[in-house]
Design a protein around this ligand. Structure first.
Ligand code: H79
Length: 430
């Protein structure tokens, strides 16, 4: 595939500053929770219609069971903001299954017209986001739509045998003109400010078709950001592979979409949860490399968030509550030449943040050259002693000294105020 040399830029300061957002995957797949007629899926659960080859007429019937009696948009948005420290939410307005989680006038296959609950879930969420000043983005599957004869469907390694789909035989333009564009128009005109559209899996979309979607979005809401997966390298930022962390600092705006366990949609049997510590370390790495972390929660069919997800996100939120200054609004740093087993750096002009993940006697940083003016514990501002020196080999070295109490702790952050705008990381030399 030809890659275009262009540094993607959203032009939106809120997005560059946000660093941490909540992805919400919710649709009819949550009712199945990873199991259909006694058969469990081994794969991401929102793909169950595809991987277990469930016929459209069968899958559609799930809508009749959708009953989100425990869903409270207000509570969820407040929790995401206040307890979890998230700055934006991206919600699945329509995933590959084709079901609209809002009141669509151009397809009756939606959460108001096709379910007994009759609630416009997106309206509830949008109202709560606007109330709490939470930026709202919408996931919209623009290419795959397994409910429509002309939408694409990825050919997968099937658990149930089925003939391959011939996507080339489908009238994709017809689907684009008659479902995607009218629905995008509804989403961007009926729910107030929409800050981002999260397109996904462009598959065979042409450059012109990607452009048609972009032009429509920008004509309705010019500040709305387009995700990297609109296709044809036309997005406003780079979306990394799902759960794939770039190893190095990466130019331009970018975002890592990630799961808390091994699925996006709810799966009752998936207990492979990441530890909060791992999430924190990943968040810090992403910040030091210049990106945003879009971390997923998959509500159950009744709208409740799995307790384990809440527990993990609360713990990460606690770290952010104390150390958020070293996360939000940070910018990409240069490449520090050593892999530290105890921590990781983030930075803002004239400030370097040392995130410490293990008990340490002191924080020694070789090949860091900076005129340090002050070192302090971020969570309470208490000053720490430090030394700026040269090693016997002639390398620069900054050491932050730690009081006894701190030496036993982990998951805290130290701020260095420095004279330079950015610290200099000296390369290794012979
Ligand atoms: O929305 C989430 C996923 O459903 C979606 N992107 C994130 C944000 C996504 N689309 N495609 N993929 C993820 C990757 C697809 C992987 C596949 Fe498979 C491998 C498709 C077929 C083989 C996993 C295994 C899904 C079905 C079988």
């Amino acid at each position: 595939m030809k890659k275009i040399d262009r540094i993607p830029d959203t032009g939106q300061q809120w997005y560059k500053d946000a660093k941490y957002g909540l992805f919400i995957h919710w649709g009819l797949y949550a009712i199945l929770a990873g199991e259909y007629k006694g058969q469990k899926t081994d794969h991401i659960s929102e793909w169950i219609m595809n991987t277990l080859n469930i016929p459209v007429e069968e899958y559609e019937k799930l809508a009749g069971e959708f009953c989100p009696e425990r869903f409270c948009a207000d509570g969820l948005v407040r929790m995401a903001k206040e307890s979890w420290g998230m700055k934006y939410i991206v919600f699945t307005s329509k995933h590959h299954e084709g079901f609209a989680m809002y009141h669509s006038k151009c397809s009756p296959y939606n959460v108001v017209d096709a379910t007994p609950c009759g609630r416009d879930i997106l309206k509830e969420l949008a109202d709560a986001c606007h109330k709490y000043g939470m930026k709202l983005g919408l996931y919209y599957s623009q290419a795959q739509d397994w409910h429509e004869p002309d939408g694409y469907m990825a050919n997968t390694m099937m658990e149930n045998e089925k003939p391959p789909v011939d996507n080339d035989a489908r009238d994709f333009q017809h689907y684009l003109d008659n479902k995607v564009k009218p629905q995008l128009k509804e989403l961007l005109t009926g729910y107030g400010e929409i800050s981002l559209i999260w397109f996904d899996t462009p598959m065979g979309m042409t450059r012109e078709q990607s452009m048609e979607c972009i032009s429509l979005v920008k004509s309705l809401q010019p500040d709305c950001i387009i995700s990297g997966r609109i296709g044809n390298q036309l997005g406003d930022y780079t979306t990394t592979g799902d759960n794939f962390i770039p190893r190095l600092p990466f130019d331009g705006d970018w975002e890592l979409p990630a799961t808390l366990n091994d699925t996006w949609g709810y799966n009752k049997d998936d207990n492979n949860w990441k530890e909060p510590e791992q999430i924190i370390r990943t968040l810090v790495k992403i910040c030091s490399r210049g990106g945003n972390y879009l971390l997923n929660a998959g509500p159950r069919a009744d709208g409740s968030i799995p307790e384990k997800s809440v527990e993990i996100l609360n713990a990460v939120g606690q770290y952010l509550h104390e150390n958020g200054e070293g996360i939000y609004e940070t910018q990409k740093l240069g490449i520090y030449p050593y892999e530290l087993d105890w921590g990781e750096f983030t930075g803002k002009p004239h400030r370097m943040f040392i995130h410490v993940f293990k008990p340490c006697k002191g924080l020694g940083m070789m090949n860091l050259s900076a005129n340090v003016k002050k070192a302090y514990l971020l969570r309470d501002g208490s000053e720490l002693a430090y030394k700026v020196e040269e090693t016997c080999e002639g390398d620069s070295m900054v050491t932050v000294e730690l009081p006894q109490g701190l030496r036993k702790q982990a998951y805290y952050c130290v701020c260095l105020e420095i004279e330079e705008e950015w610290p200099v990381f000296e390369p290794l030399r012979g």
